[in-house]
Ligand binder design. Structure first.
Ligand code: PLP
Length: 343
């Protein structure tokens, strides 16, 4: 079976009876061919610590983001960075500001750490309400989280507005921008702003476009002083990334062919899926990511039963009002099966 417009070295999934995984915004094509080869090779040097590899990876990441090596901190997935930033915010008790609805699993420990969560509703078009978030800052605010593009809604902030929000908000508190999905867009990272700004922390990951969710590699981009503060919350800097994962990340950054194919396949399959959902009279939010946020308000069957019957793993209802759910963009074949399951 040939799948049009998918990376050529992709190992086809779902040829057995395993479920179609459209739940966690993973890359259906990866890891990249170069990453696979690098991982296989690096198994042989896994008896050694990865000092040189970690340095090499940090330099590559820094170059890619137009910053210096001391602006980067590696983590075992960006989840480790999210945890560190939460701990950092909690050093002095207070509150943090976050949108409702956004990526918020990582905030689960916030109460135990002594941080109060202040939620700000999204705008009608499911975007961050930067004006309201700015207004919500008070003298107890330790951090504001902006997921850009936003998970689960797939919306993106207007760059100029976000930059002026950051300039204003960081005079009072830390702004934490999660760019897990930024490379599914043509937007540039805000990385260069950290050079001058100690109160801006950015996180990125290899889990999405680079197809390395299971390998666990992410990183923070921040001012060197801020990187040091985050590092000081751990016993050892950068050591949570294995030699195998670091070599996969290095190879992925050098595998332009794979990332370009994954990017364009995502664009094409996203367009197909949105067109099909729209034909089914289901409202979709325009997506700057590898998933689609859509409303089940007009859907007459039992959506979750349809998925189950067709061995498809989706996710939950995020907002009862409008019955909004999210679906990850898989391969074209997977999305054809998804649409067939809904019909
Ligand atoms: N940030 C966002 C917005 C995410 O959606 C996810 C995972 O889905 C993560 C961070 C965590 O990813 P990881 O720890 O794999 O880098």
């Amino acid at each position: 079976e040939s799948f049009a417009n998918t990376p050529s070295d992709y190992i086809l999934p779902n040829l057995d009876n395993s479920p179609i995984l459209l739940r966690s915004n993973e890359n259906p094509y990866g890891p990249s061919p170069l990453a696979r080869a690098a991982m296989t090779k690096s198994i042989n040097s896994s008896n050694r610590y990865g000092w040189n590899l970690w340095s090499e990876l940090i330099s590559l990441i820094a170059k890619k983001n137009n910053v210096l090596d001391n602006n980067i901190l590696l983590g075992a997935g960006s989840t480790e960075i999210l945890d560190l930033v939460l701990q950092h915010a909690a050093l002095n008790k207070g509150n943090f500001i976050i949108a409702e609805t956004t990526y918020d699993y990582w905030t689960a420990p916030s109460g135990k750490l002594g941080l109060k969560k202040v939620t700000i509703p999204l705008t009608k078009d499911k975007k961050h309400d930067l004006t309201a978030m700015l207004k919500a800052i008070n003298s107890d605010t330790k951090m504001i989280y902006i997921c850009n593009p936003n998970n689960p809604t797939g919306t993106i902030c207007d760059r100029e507005k976000l930059v002026s929000f950051i300039n204003e908000a960081t005079q009072k508190t830390v702004v934490f921008v999660d760019e897990a999905y930024i490379n599914f867009t043509t937007e540039q990272s805000l990385s260069n702003l950290v050079i001058e700004n100690k109160n801006l922390i950015i996180t990125k990951t290899f889990s999405k476009l680079y197809g390395l969710a299971g390998a666990r590699i992410g990183y923070a981009i921040a001012h060197p002083d801020t990187i040091e503060q985050l590092s000081n919350l751990k016993s050892s800097t950068n050591m949570s990334v294995s030699v195998v994962s670091a070599s996969a990340a290095i190879a992925s950054l050098n595998d332009e062919k794979f990332t370009q194919q994954a990017y364009s396949s995502n664009q094409e399959v996203k367009k197909y899926t949105i067109d099909q959902l729209t034909q089914l009279n289901l409202t979709c939010i325009p997506s700057y990511s590898n998933f689609i946020y859509f409303s089940l308000d007009n859907y007459r069957k039992d959506y979750f039963k349809q998925l189950e019957d067709h061995n498809i793993s989706g996710t939950k209802i995020y907002e009862e009002n409008g019955k909004w759910t999210r679906i990850t963009i898989g391969t074209m074949k997977e999305m054809q099966l998804f649409i067939a399951a809904l019909k």
